[in-house]
Design a protein around this ligand. Structure first.
Ligand code: KPL
Length: 320
């Protein structure tokens, strides 16, 4: 059985590793911090279920990144933030992944696939779009705040030219299904990524600035009006730069559906802001601005929100 390595000990990383481990899959978690790896090796990952308040402690093997050996032949599920997918991380993956290894990118936004493909020639490269809701509740604990769906596909559209592609793809899908995730293979993952970008570019910055849950965004007509204006601007830009869905009301309904399905969730950007962490604003609304520029379209709301979210200071700074 092919091993899976989840890289990134944040909410999504712990959710995937915990649930895959609970289902008996061969999974290892690669963490940036040695402390986190130590805690998980001693205590396992606690996966809390939002609905039933059940807690499941799962023994999971964790390895700090600096102890990961080169020549890895499994599938790496990369769950770190998009902002972390820079040259250093790609160099690490290039050194670590064997020629027949695979990597699946779980990042939000667009713009990270191309540098990853360039840095990892010959390896099976997949992109994943997920609507699973997860909240990190401690160093070794995560709450599954909402069950979603996950689409996985080759961003180049190629069925699988790299060594062992079909085996990697099938194993991943099987293991994720075994772990209870609802997962589908997509032959148009780029479209899925753009749709998710639209959802994130509307929900994330507004929830972060107003400090409200996803459901509270639609609770007042004032907020919903701002949300709708941001949606219109963003949908127009994405439709002009690759999103094939031209039915704007269907797209708007998909944004509303996510707000309602994840109504009690704090968006990942709100979680980042509340914890004083760097946000993904550049990978979301910043990316929308870059796409707009390439198509010579104005993006005033996306530009303003990018600046506003960047201006939010961490809780520590605010005390000064
Ligand atoms: O993906 C999300 C995020 O928070 O980043 C949504 C879909 C908005 C759910 O919270």
């Amino acid at each position: 059985m092919t091993e899976i390595a989840v890289m990134g000990g944040g909410a999504l990383g712990m959710l995937l590793a915990g649930k895959l481990g609970a289902a008996g899959c061969d999974v290892v978690l690669w963490t940036r911090s040695e402390d986190q790896a130590g805690t998980i090796n001693r205590e396992g990952i606690t996966v809390e279920s939002a609905a039933s308040e059940l807690k499941h402690v799962v023994p999971v093997r964790a390895i700090p990144l600096r102890e990961v050996k080169p020549g890895y032949r499994g599938n790496v599920l990369l769950t770190v933030k998009q902002t972390a997918v820079g040259p250093a991380l790609l160099e690490f993956l290039a050194k670590t992944l064997a020629e027949d290894g695979a990597v699946t990118l779980f990042q939000n936004g667009v713009g990270h696939v191309e540098p990853a493909a360039a840095a990892l020639p010959g390896r099976r490269l997949l992109a994943a779009v997920t609507t699973e809701g997860a909240l990190r509740t401690g160093t070794a604990s995560v709450r599954h705040t909402g069950s979603g769906q996950t689409w996985i596909g080759s961003p180049s559209g190629a069925a699988g030219e790299a060594a062992g592609s079909a085996e990697h793809d099938e194993t991943l899908i099987q293991m994720m299904e075994q772990a209870g995730f609802s997962v589908f293979m997509s032959n148009n993952i780029r479209e899925r990524m753009l749709r998710k970008l639209l959802i994130n570019a509307v929900i994330n910055p507004l929830t972060a600035i107003w400090r409200v849950t996803n459901g509270e965004l639609t609770a007042t007509s004032g907020r919903q009006a701002v949300m709708e204006a941001l949606f219109r601007e963003t949908a127009h830009i994405l439709q002009r730069t690759g999103l094939s869905g031209t039915d704007s009301s269907e797209l708007w309904n998909s944004v509303l559906a996510v707000c309602s399905a994840t109504s009690a969730n704090r968006s990942s950007m709100l979680q980042d802001v509340l914890n004083g962490r760097e946000t993904e604003i550049d990978a979301l609304n910043g990316a929308v601005c870059r796409l707009a520029e390439s198509a010579k379209i104005e993006a005033p709301l996306n530009a303003a929100l990018t600046v506003l979210v960047k201006g939010i200071r961490s809780p520590e700074e605010r005390k000064v």
